[in-house]
Design a binder for this molecule. Structure first.
Ligand code: SF4
Ligand code: SF4
Length: 119
Protein backbone atom coordinates (compact mmCIF):
# COMPACT_ATOMS: atom_id res chain seq x y z
CA UNK A 1 0.00 0.00 0.00
CA UNK A 2 1.26 3.47 -0.83
CA UNK A 3 2.36 5.62 2.10
CA UNK A 4 0.43 8.47 0.48
CA UNK A 5 -2.90 7.14 1.70
CA UNK A 6 -1.88 7.82 5.29
CA UNK A 7 0.17 10.94 4.59
CA UNK A 8 -0.97 13.94 2.50
CA UNK A 9 1.98 16.09 3.58
CA UNK A 10 2.86 17.31 0.08
CA UNK A 11 -0.73 18.52 -0.41
CA UNK A 12 -0.23 20.70 2.66
CA UNK A 13 3.26 22.01 1.95
CA UNK A 14 3.76 23.48 -1.49
CA UNK A 15 2.10 25.87 -3.90
CA UNK A 16 0.52 23.85 -6.69
CA UNK A 17 0.73 25.92 -9.87
CA UNK A 18 -0.06 24.74 -13.38
CA UNK A 19 -0.96 25.92 -16.84
CA UNK A 20 -4.33 27.48 -17.61
CA UNK A 21 -4.72 24.77 -20.25
CA UNK A 22 -5.15 22.18 -17.48
CA UNK A 23 -8.23 24.03 -16.28
CA UNK A 24 -11.70 22.78 -17.00
CA UNK A 25 -12.62 26.11 -18.55
CA UNK A 26 -9.92 25.53 -21.19
CA UNK A 27 -10.84 21.92 -21.82
CA UNK A 28 -8.47 20.46 -19.21
CA UNK A 29 -9.32 18.19 -16.29
CA UNK A 30 -9.02 20.47 -13.21
CA UNK A 31 -12.42 21.60 -11.86
CA UNK A 32 -12.71 25.38 -11.99
CA UNK A 33 -14.00 25.87 -8.45
CA UNK A 34 -10.91 24.33 -6.89
CA UNK A 35 -8.28 26.63 -8.39
CA UNK A 36 -7.58 30.34 -8.50
CA UNK A 37 -6.05 32.36 -11.27
CA UNK A 38 -2.50 33.62 -10.62
CA UNK A 39 -2.12 35.35 -13.97
CA UNK A 40 -3.33 34.81 -17.52
CA UNK A 41 -1.22 31.67 -17.97
CA UNK A 42 -1.04 30.14 -14.53
CA UNK A 43 -3.60 28.80 -12.05
CA UNK A 44 -3.07 27.51 -8.52
CA UNK A 45 -4.88 24.93 -6.43
CA UNK A 46 -7.07 26.73 -3.94
CA UNK A 47 -5.69 26.49 -0.41
CA UNK A 48 -2.06 26.25 -1.51
CA UNK A 49 -1.65 30.02 -1.78
CA UNK A 50 -1.70 30.92 1.90
CA UNK A 51 -0.38 29.61 5.20
CA UNK A 52 -1.29 27.15 6.61
CA UNK A 53 -1.20 25.45 3.24
CA UNK A 54 -3.77 22.78 2.57
CA UNK A 55 -5.09 22.02 -0.89
CA UNK A 56 -8.85 22.41 -1.07
CA UNK A 57 -9.11 19.01 -2.75
CA UNK A 58 -7.42 17.14 0.11
CA UNK A 59 -9.83 15.09 2.21
CA UNK A 60 -9.27 13.34 5.51
CA UNK A 61 -6.79 13.82 8.31
CA UNK A 62 -3.18 14.49 7.47
CA UNK A 63 -0.83 11.78 8.70
CA UNK A 64 -3.69 9.35 9.26
CA UNK A 65 -6.03 8.80 6.32
CA UNK A 66 -6.25 11.13 3.34
CA UNK A 67 -7.48 11.27 -0.21
CA UNK A 68 -7.44 13.59 -3.20
CA UNK A 69 -10.99 14.59 -4.04
CA UNK A 70 -10.02 15.12 -7.69
CA UNK A 71 -7.51 12.30 -8.09
CA UNK A 72 -8.50 11.54 -11.69
CA UNK A 73 -8.49 15.24 -12.55
CA UNK A 74 -5.52 16.47 -10.49
CA UNK A 75 -3.05 18.81 -12.21
CA UNK A 76 0.35 17.84 -13.57
CA UNK A 77 2.49 18.84 -10.54
CA UNK A 78 0.51 16.32 -8.49
CA UNK A 79 0.81 13.64 -11.14
CA UNK A 80 4.56 14.16 -11.36
CA UNK A 81 5.28 14.34 -7.63
CA UNK A 82 7.15 11.22 -6.58
CA UNK A 83 6.63 9.33 -3.38
CA UNK A 84 10.02 8.92 -1.73
CA UNK A 85 11.60 11.89 -3.53
CA UNK A 86 13.57 14.57 -1.67
CA UNK A 87 10.57 16.90 -1.83
CA UNK A 88 8.34 14.16 -0.45
CA UNK A 89 10.74 13.60 2.43
CA UNK A 90 10.88 17.37 3.12
CA UNK A 91 7.10 17.59 3.18
CA UNK A 92 6.82 14.63 5.54
CA UNK A 93 9.50 16.03 7.85
CA UNK A 94 7.72 19.40 7.92
CA UNK A 95 4.62 17.65 9.21
CA UNK A 96 6.51 15.51 11.71
CA UNK A 97 6.11 12.29 9.74
CA UNK A 98 8.95 9.76 9.61
CA UNK A 99 11.18 9.32 6.59
CA UNK A 100 10.17 6.65 4.08
CA UNK A 101 13.81 5.71 3.66
CA UNK A 102 14.75 3.32 6.39
CA UNK A 103 18.41 2.56 6.28
CA UNK A 104 19.11 -0.74 7.94
CA UNK A 105 22.68 -1.08 9.07
CA UNK A 106 23.92 -4.48 10.04
CA UNK A 107 26.06 -4.67 13.14
CA UNK A 108 29.75 -5.00 12.35
CA UNK A 109 30.82 -8.57 11.81
CA UNK A 110 32.79 -9.91 14.70
CA UNK A 111 35.69 -12.19 14.08
CA UNK A 112 35.61 -15.39 16.06
CA UNK A 113 38.01 -15.29 18.94
CA UNK A 114 41.30 -17.05 18.50
CA UNK A 115 41.21 -20.48 20.02
CA UNK A 116 43.14 -20.69 23.30
CA UNK A 117 46.78 -21.52 22.83
CA UNK A 118 47.50 -25.20 23.38
CA UNK A 119 49.83 -26.50 26.15
S1 SF4 B 1 4.57 13.61 0.95
FE1 SF4 B 1 5.22 11.75 -0.10
S2 SF4 B 1 4.27 10.01 1.00
FE2 SF4 B 1 3.21 11.93 1.57
S3 SF4 B 1 1.45 12.02 0.17
FE3 SF4 B 1 3.11 13.24 -0.74
S4 SF4 B 1 4.19 11.80 -2.09
FE4 SF4 B 1 2.90 10.58 -0.69
S1 SF4 C 1 -5.05 18.22 -6.20
FE1 SF4 C 1 -5.03 16.37 -4.98
S2 SF4 C 1 -2.94 15.55 -5.16
FE2 SF4 C 1 -2.91 17.72 -5.83
S3 SF4 C 1 -2.34 18.90 -4.00
FE3 SF4 C 1 -4.58 18.82 -4.10
S4 SF4 C 1 -5.18 17.06 -2.84
FE4 SF4 C 1 -3.00 16.88 -3.32
Amino acid sequence: MSACQSCGACCACFRVDFSVYEMNIEGGPVPSGLAVEVNGNTWRMRGTDHVPIRCAALTGTLGQKVGCGIYEWRPSPCREFEEGSDACERARARHGLPSLTVVLTAPPATAPEDPPAGP
